[in-house]
Design a protein around this ligand. Structure first.
Ligand SMILES: Cc1cc2nc3c(=O)[nH]c(=O)nc-3n(C[C@H](O)[C@H](O)[C@H](O)COP(=O)(O)O)c2cc1C
Length: 348
């Protein structure tokens, strides 16, 4: 296969969940902590614009915190917030810049969660209201949709995962009951934003506290888990894995995004070590700050050609190199900048 030619598959404009995208490349959500007091400034807007003007079809912002006291991850980390006049003004400038460059952008709405087993019904209602407010603001500010952070062991995922959800009310129990919180939250967001505003849900089997965790052990369980979420109004699933080429279940080559697309019929986004030779945990976890070397994307293109998934989300490669996508498109392999721990310390 001629690599430069086959790479063009990534650059065919595509309509996904009502969004017309200039390419199939998605910038993965990445916390950068460059928003002092939670307010994204002009440097953050320029950072996202740089990716949009260099071939990225859809940007998912870094996790941005909804307006609820428990939503912040840890003190001292300058996660941008998605509430308050100044922060929202900052976000509206980000949207303007990305749109001016021909890109699309959705905020990743984030709530860190805590002990979900102890939340009262009143607290649950408050948390859902915080997401609804954020979804409403996202639409008002001109974002192209929203992504709900349902992965990696944060709030929604704490309800999904048996180990963290020991509730005995309607929010706990079997895998279907454990979707109930997300279902109510998605339904409420859907009512607020209307039928045409894309809602993306990010999911993962792995948790930041347990890289080998599994929500679903079999395709049947995965289907039980996904069915209520689709019914509630999810348009696109963003399936977070560490290595896109790994089969999710025995007996098939399909990865998680492949299975979710097959089981739901909804468009999916794959992610995990695209263009790199080691996974994100070498940076965030075990390896503590390790970089990664550039590697071939031939296997990714083959899977895309088979329509296993619709979009490809890219994290560290795009963090390190704003022009990663256009360099690939133009066959400028030798100009790609590898991801290093240092690249994570600057916002460019
Ligand atoms: C610095 C950094 C920050 C991240 N922050 C988030 C985040 O805020 N929300 C999220 O869902 N994932 C986050 N991730 C995970 C990425 O979205 C992505 O799934 C992961 O890096 C794997 O993609 P990659 O192998 O292309 O880097 C982060 C990853 C990195 C490297």
């Amino acid at each position: 296969m001629n690599t430069t030619q086959s790479v063009q598959k990534l650059f065919k404009p595509v309509v996904v969940g009502n969004m017309t995208l200039q390419s199939r490349i998605v910038m993965a959500p990445m916390t950068r902590a460059f928003s002092p007091e939670g307010i994204p400034g002009s440097d953050v807007a320029a950072y996202y614009r740089r990716r949009a003007e260099n071939g990225v079809g859809l940007i998912v912002t870094e996790g941005t915190v909804v307006n609820h006291p428990d939503a912040h991850q840890q003190p001292g980390v300058n996660l941008p917030q998605f509430y308050g006049e100044k922060a929202l003004l900052g976000w509206s400038k980000v949207v303007e810049e990305v749109h001016a460059a021909g890109g699309k952008i959705i905020p990743q709405l984030f709530h860190a969660g805590s002990n979900v087993t102890e939340f009262t019904e009143a607290e649950i209602t408050k948390m859902i209201e915080a997401f609804v407010q954020a979804a409403t603001d996202a639409k008002r500010l001109g974002f192209d949709g929203i992504e709900l952070q349902g992965a990696h062991g944060f709030l929604l995922d704490q309800f999904f995962w048996k180990k963290t959800n020991q509730r005995t009310d309607r929010y706990g129990g079997d895998i279907v009951s454990r979707t109930q919180f997300a279902v109510e939250l998605i339904e409420a967001c859907r009512r607020a934003v209307g039928p045409d505003f894309p809602i993306v849900l990010r999911l993962s089997q792995w948790k930041s506290s347990d890289f080998t965790a599994k929500l679903a052990e079999t395709p049947e369980q995965l289907e039980q888990f996904l069915t209520p979420l689709v019914r509630a109004g999810v348009d696109v699933f963003h399936c977070s894995t560490r290595r896109f080429w790994e089969p999710e279940f025995d007996g098939s080559d399909l990865n998680l995004a492949g299975w979710v697309k097959k089981l739901t019929g909804k468009p999916t986004i794959t992610v995990g070590s695209v263009g790199l030779d080691s996974d994100v945990i070498t940076f965030l976890g075990e390896g503590k700050g390790s970089g990664a070397e550039i590697s071939s994307i031939d296997k990714l293109i083959e899977r895309l050609a088979q329509e296993e998934f619709d979009l490809v989300s890219v994290g560290r490669s795009l963090l390190a190199d704003p022009a990663w996508a256009v360099k690939l498109r133009d066959g400028r392999w030798n100009e790609l900048i590898p991801f290093t721990a240092e690249s994570a310390n600057i916002l460019y």
